[in-house]
Design a protein around this ligand. Structure first.
Ligand code: TRP
Ligand code: SF4
Length: 330
């Protein structure tokens, strides 16, 4: 039996190299290994936090599609689609909401943390509480077997599994219990050494020009103990060194040695890294420029993908409606 994969991202901003290593490379690998892959731009999930100011979502959807395709997702191989163009997700979400106990949602650690942390908007809403129920519908409507996600999303997958089990118990065997694919990926810190995030203003974006990349790298934090050029460095505590390990592997031993013995200065080290990183991202940038020039074609890919997804989603929703007793032949 073919194995089905689904994953998605919320279009709330441009994608950075953390997304590339944390998700997109993995998604591409799964696509190339021949899984049946659904990759979704979760615009309704974006709306659950951006509802006060939703005017950017559409632009981010387009940008996200460009980032997906330029980093190697192939609309010929994977079904790449927009969540809101497959309204069956919301129908399944509604049906699930009939039997999902509110306490399951209220004790979800992701929910608790976000309501606590995000202070610039009110997240005490029905939609935000139900965020993981919509996510369960995203996954189960394609009867996905595997879901490549970050560890932070595990509570949502656990809830998805519970929902699948409960539906199967109440209405008969329908959904598989999807499993997470948690691949070890290199953790790339932001240029200030903290977690890379749009809100920290410390990210290197896939759309950054070579000049911007070099500029950002030249401003990176380095070993705080290395104050003067003659001081020996401690590469193991330097975010630049972490990057060198990924983008400049061939020279890593020399750099480590030259840093520890104060042979290379941080400015030169960062200049070398900036150049390497710009080259590394060149392929993506070239593809990006092409896609940006033909937005019509881009939308066609997304509409085509959404139609394909919808065909499958409609089959599931009919099966579900029959099972719960709200299907009418018409
Ligand atoms: N909640 C996910 C995130 O914030 C995005 C998402 C929405 C998702 N629906 C999904 C991920 C379904 C995997 C499967 O990253
Ligand atoms: Fe970091 Fe490079 Fe400076 Fe060493 S030389 S501390 S690795 S920036």
């Amino acid at each position: 039996m073919e194995k089905i994969i689904l994953s998605g991202m919320r279009p709330t901003g441009p994608l950075h190299i953390g997304h590339l290593f944390g998700a997109l490379k993995n998604w591409k690998r799964l696509q190339d290994e021949g899984y049946v892959c659904y990759y979704m731009i979760a615009d309704y999930h974006a709306l659950s936090t951006e509802y006060l100011n939703p005017k950017n979502i559409k632009n981010y959807v387009e940008e996200m599609a460009i980032d997906f395709l330029s980093s190697g997702l192939d609309p010929e191989k994977s079904t790449i689609f927009i969540q809101s163009l497959v309204p069956e997700h919301t129908e399944l979400h509604l049906i699930f909401s009939m039997f999902v106990p509110i306490p399951y949602l209220e004790r979800n650690p992701v929910y608790k943390e976000q309501v606590e942390e995000i202070k610039d908007r009110d997240l005490h809403t029905y939609g935000f509480l139900g965020y993981p129920v919509l996510q369960a519908a995203d996954i189960l409507i394609y009867k996905a077997n595997y879901v490549p996600i970050g560890i932070d999303q595990m509570p949502h997958l656990e809830l998805t599994r519970e929902i699948a089990r409960k539906f199967n118990y109440l209405y008969g065997e329908t959904f598989p219990e999807p499993e997470a694919i948690l691949t070890e990926t290199p953790k790339i810190p932001g240029i200030d050494g903290r977690k890379m995030s749009k809100s920290y203003n410390n990210a290197i974006y896939l759309k950054d020009s070579p000049e911007i990349i070099k500029e950002k790298v030249s401003n990176m934090f380095t070993d705080p103990k290395r104050i003067y050029r003659k001081d020996p460095g401690h590469p193991e505590t330097c975010p630049v060194f972490l990057y060198q390990k990924i983008f400049n592997v061939n020279r890593i031993e020399e750099i480590e040695n030259d840093c520890k013995n104060a042979i290379i200065g941080c400015t030169d080290c960062k200049r070398e890294l900036g150049e390497k990183l710009a080259v590394y991202l060149e392929d993506i940038r070239i593809k990006r420029e092409k896609l940006e020039k033909d937005k019509k074609k881009l939308m066609e890919y997304l509409i085509e993908g959404s139609k394909k997804a919808r065909n499958v989603a409609q089959k599931t929703i009919i099966e579900v409606k029959k099972k719960v007793g709200v299907f009418y032949e018409c």
